[in-house]
Design a protein around this ligand. Structure first.
Ligand SMILES: [Fe+2]
Ligand SMILES: [Fe+2]
Length: 236
């Protein structure tokens, strides 16, 4: 799982920056993302060049420094801090189910449409047919997030704000991804972003945040049933 989680951490580290650093890094984000993509695919000389440009612009950018060091290490030793794998497939399985019928069914549909999207891209490395699928995905994700959030609200889930913030952040990224797919032709960069933003994010969020929600809902159900039994009403 190391290779799967590493690219995700690129964005988590970016989000954790203080506001003044974020403002400075916004100028270099495209350089940085492109550098991360090239590093991921082991095109390390190009990656190093991009991280150096980030550091020229923002010398305190610690993440660009870490990646520049990793590139130099790779060029010296051949050691790469990632697997370089991009499989673009989301495997559905019992490990991903959260135990709520409606949410699990939506996750199954969502993962199927992500796979349809990535299959289209993988076939001929052509993004020109991807528009309708990504539009569908965009709409479906919106329905799914609204469903989850209303279930959280109805059940008094205490971490709803955290989930909502993650959902909103995903939307912002999906919107910028749609724009980049329309404008950009850099295959490495787009593939990396789809892997990190779509595939890894969905698996990560479903397995961690949504599963926590599933556990909470099951506990609530059990507690409600116990309360009903204690009050003498029919639990059926
Ligand atoms: Fe979900
Ligand atoms: Fe969620």
């Amino acid at each position: 799982m190391k290779g799967k989680e590493q690219p995700q951490s690129v964005y988590e580290a970016f989000d954790a920056d203080p506001p003044e650093m974020l403002a400075a890094k916004r100028k270099t984000i495209r350089l940085f993302e492109r550098g991360a993509a090239y590093y991921y695919f082991k095109e390390v000389s190009q990656a190093l060049d991009l991280f150096r440009q980030c550091l020229d612009e923002c010398p305190d950018d610690r993440l660009a420094r870490v990646y520049a060091d990793r590139c130099e290490q790779f060029l010296r030793t051949g050691i790469h801090e990632g697997t370089g794998e991009v499989d673009l497939a989301v495997q559905w399985g019992p490990g991903i189910e959260i135990g709520h019928t409606v949410i699990d069914e939506q996750h199954r549909q969502l993962f199927a449409s992500v796979n349809a999207f990535t299959d289209t891209i993988k076939k001929d490395r052509d993004f020109s047919h991807a528009g309708p699928i990504i539009d569908f995905l965009d709409e479906y994700v919106q329905i799914h997030f609204e469903t989850e959030e209303s279930i959280m609200e109805m059940n008094g889930y205490p971490f709803m704000d955290v989930q909502k913030e993650q959902h909103q952040r995903f939307f912002r990224r999906l919107t910028s991804l749609k724009r980049e797919i329309a404008e950009d032709t850099d295959w490495h960069f787009l593939l990396f972003k789809i892997q990190v933003l779509l595939v890894d994010w969905l698996v990560h969020h479903t397995c961690k945040a949504d599963r926590h929600l599933g556990k909470f809902l099951r506990l609530e159900k059990t507690t409600d049933r116990q309360r009903t039994i204690q009050s003498g009403a029919d639990p059926a």
